[in-house]
Structure formats: structure tokens, C-alpha cells
Design a protein around this ligand. Sequence first.
Ligand code: IPE
Ligand code: IPE
Ligand code: MG
Length: 250
Amino acid sequence: MKGKLELLVDKNNLPAHIVIIMDGNGRWAKKKNLDRISGHREGMKSVRAVVKSAKDLGVKHITLYAFSAQNWKRPKVEVNALMELLKQYLLKEGNKLVENGISLNAIGRLWELPQDVYKVLEETIEKTKDCQELTLTLALSYGGREEIIDAIKKMISHGNIAPEDINQSNFSRFLYTSDLPEPDLLIRTSGEMRLSNFMLWQLAYTEIYVTKTLWPNFRKRHLIKAILNYQRRERRFGLTGDQVKKREVI
Ligand code: IPE
Ligand code: IPE
Ligand code: MG
């Protein structure tokens, strides 16, 4: 059954691609006098809920920032626990993703992941590759600057492009996100007003929504609130408000 809030969502103006900086697991745990790992475990429930909700709402692409290139510097026990949780998620969720028509994708320096995690990740991607309802992209060992550097390396080594021919469109083909549309909406939980090295290139014209809600508390209603907020915005892409309005009429 659809809740009241959901009925307010304009299905003709859904963000095609929502990206989320899932933050606040540690603070959620601290508030409850639990260890940080319990916070990450709780955060997995939000991942499940949000992915399913995005699909039910009709969103086509969702990208979750799950582990940054800088997160490797956290204490080893925490890094190991995060890798284990990721592996468990993939092992448990694989079939459900298929049932729900969700195809899995991953971006980041995936080769830096532990081999066993990499293997289940590849297997799950393969298993879900024909699913059409929603693309779920996990950003793992991901950094926006790292991505740009990796793209430049690829472009120079196999791009066969003369410097004068480089433009935004052919450059972005070398990014990890070459198959994804530009993000329309960025959600960051836990109130921090920063990008933390996330999608530096792609976020150029993305609408940003920051909520104080900690990631383990984030559920469908929070996602809907973010979408409703997005739908009230005027995206101008450098034009004037009048120009944008005229375009809508044409
Ligand atoms: C987000 O929660 C999860 C990851 C970055 C992996 P945090 O672990 O960053 O939680 P806080 O920011 O310490 O509360
Ligand atoms: C960003 O959160 C990374 C992920 C959500 C995976 P962090 O908690 O690592 O970011 P900072 O350190 O607060 O900037
Ligand atoms: Mg954090």
C-alpha cells in the first residue's frame, strides 16, 4: 500500500539517478553505546530498504557510496568488518536482486578489494546482468580524484585521442560511470556538508540534499522526502529562470 507521502511524488519528474553518501553509522552506534561495527550492520538494513524503495518508486539508477578510497585508513578491524558485511550482503542478496529486477554494478578501484569480496561481487554482477528495473551501483574503494586520474591514464594509454580533440563527452567515457546517467540528486545523511571525494566530476549540476538523519535510521519515507524536496527545485544549468520556464513550454 502506498503511504500518503508517496502519493505526493510526481512520477513524471523522478530523479533518474540518485546517489547517496551513506554516512553516520559510527555516530548512530555511539549514541546507543554500541561499537562502530554494530552501526555498519544496522546500516545494511537501510541499504536493503532504500534499494527496494527506489525500485518501487520507479527510480532507474541508484548509487551508494559504501567505501571510500580513504576509508582503507580506518582501523583494520573496522575495515575487515566492512568487507565482511559487504560480502554477506552480496551472498544473501544476490537472488533477491534478481527477483526484484535489480542489476548490480560497482565503481571504484575494485582491484583493491580482498579477493573473496571481489569474487562474489563479480558473481553477483554477472547473475544480475539482465535485470532491467533498477541499476544499483556500489562505490567501493572509490574516490572521485582517483577516478579522474584513472580516466586520464586510460585515455592516454588507449584512447587514441589528440589533446585538441578532448572534450567533456569523450573524457567522461573513461570514467567508471561511463554507462550511467549523470546524477540528478545527491543525498548525504548525518548532516555533513561535504562531498568527501565523491563523484567530483559527475556532481557538477546535481541537486544536493543533506539530512541530519543518520544512515541506520534512513528509510523509505526519508527517501521520499528527499525526492519531494528535489521536485520543488528549479534546475537552471547556468540559464536564467525565465529561459528555463520557456524551455518547459516549448
Ligand atoms: C558511513 O558511516 C559508513 C562508511 C563510511 C563506511 P561512518 O562509519 O562514516 O559513520 P560516522 O561518520 O563515523 O558516524
Ligand atoms: C564518506 O564518509 C564515505 C562513505 C560514506 C563511504 P566518511 O565518513 O568517510 O567521510 P568524512 O571522513 O566524514 O569526510
Ligand atoms: Mg562518516
